[in-house]
Ligand binder design. Structure first.
Ligand code: SAM
Ligand code: SF4
Length: 300
């Protein structure tokens, strides 16, 4: 087991497998972004080696993310390999959904345990405005197919003042009609997110309870993250809020992050961590890497 100095059990890693993306969400990436050279990005065998080392120390859950993870060539092979690592109990994916429909069969075959799809609007023109691509229908088709396949599904929406807050009731109604967790993530003031006005989780919940006065909070957790979930009579699914700014959930933080360049980050809001790529490519043994990881996590 890996514990930090607050005695939090670190059992979850988010792995960004690429910095590239097939969208340009306004709050995340500029149009003219330049990407890191391929030689600087961890190779699949480097990622699986890191996961093997971490699994021996108590990491059991892996989230594959990006950039957009599905744009990386043969990413389903990586997912399959990670799933086969002894000790890894769950491998989930966060995607913008553009390639979900076409890649779903391979994802299911690779054994992915759950999928989170990011979708901030159901409106075609607005989707294009927010992401730079006229692809809302494609994402909805991917969600539909994933839903039909029975894989656990979550929708992630970043509510943005003046952009998509008039669609909250539509998001609520998705959770009512479908067995899906619809989650609202507060805009984090990082990168381009700083230029947008976040909608506090309290405000989302106020509107939810206004629309569904008999709504109630669920005590159970529906995943590995900091979301707090609610439902209401007649609902097939749930509403979740992730108060990245207005709620403090650091005390229960169980996660570490690996960037696509192989830097192990201890916290989204801190630059502290460990350059695992340098260790891997510098010829360090598994034991040396494991010890360095354990030491750095202790400082989380
Ligand atoms: N490309 C994939 C996707 O969009 O799901 C995975 C990576 S993306 C960075 C993961 C999530 O981060 C998305 O749900 C996106 O909306 C969210 N995100 C990006 N920038 C954010 C910000 N400044 N504040 C809050 N969430 C943000
Ligand atoms: Fe790409 Fe996800 Fe960022 Fe949108 S939020 S630009 S889909 S990485």
């Amino acid at each position: 087991m890996i514990t930090d100095h607050y005695n939090r059990n670190i059992d979850y890693i988010r792995i960004s497998i690429t910095d590239r993306c097939n969208l340009r969400c306004r709050y995340c990436m500029p149009e003219d972004i330049s990407f890191v050279g391929h030689d600087k990005i961890l190779r699949y065998e480097e990622i699986t080696r890191i996961v093997q080392i971490l699994a021996q120390r108590g990491i059991t859950k892996v989230k594959i993310t990006g950039g957009e993870p599905l744009v990386r060539h043969e990413c389903t092979d990586l997912i399959r390999e990670i799933k086969e690592i002894p000790g890894i109990e769950m491998v989930t994916l966060t995607t913008n959904g553009i390639l979900l429909q076409s890649m779903l069969p391979k994802l299911l075959e690779a054994g992915v345990d759950a999928v989170n799809v990011s979708l901030d609007t159901f409106q075609r023109a607005r989707y294009e405005h927010l992401t730079g691509k006229d692809a809302c229908e494609m994402v909805l088709a991917g969600i539909q197919d994933a839903y039909k396949s029975g894989i656990p599904l979550k929708l992630n929406c970043v509510p943005i003042e003046g952009e998509n807050t008039d669609e909250l009731s539509e998001f609520f109604s998705w959770a009512k009609r479908k067995q899906i967790a619809v989650r609202f993530i507060e805009m984090m003031p990082i990168g381009y997110g700083k230029t947008y006005k976040s909608v506090p989780s309290d405000e989302i919940l106020r509107q939810f309870f206004e629309a569904y006065p008999d709504a109630y909070r669920l005590e159970k957790s529906l995943g590995n993250g900091p979301a707090v979930y609610y439902s209401a009579p007649g609902f097939a699914g749930e509403i979740g809020v992730i108060g990245a700014i207005h709620e403090k959930f650091c005390n229960t933080c169980n996660r570490i992050r690996l960037t696509s360049e192989g830097f192990l980050k201890l916290c989204l809001y801190s630059g502290e961590g460990l350059d695992l790529r340098a260790m891997l490519r510098g010829g360090c043994s598994d034991e040396e890497i494991a010890e360095a990881v354990t030491n750095v996590i202790e400082r989380k």
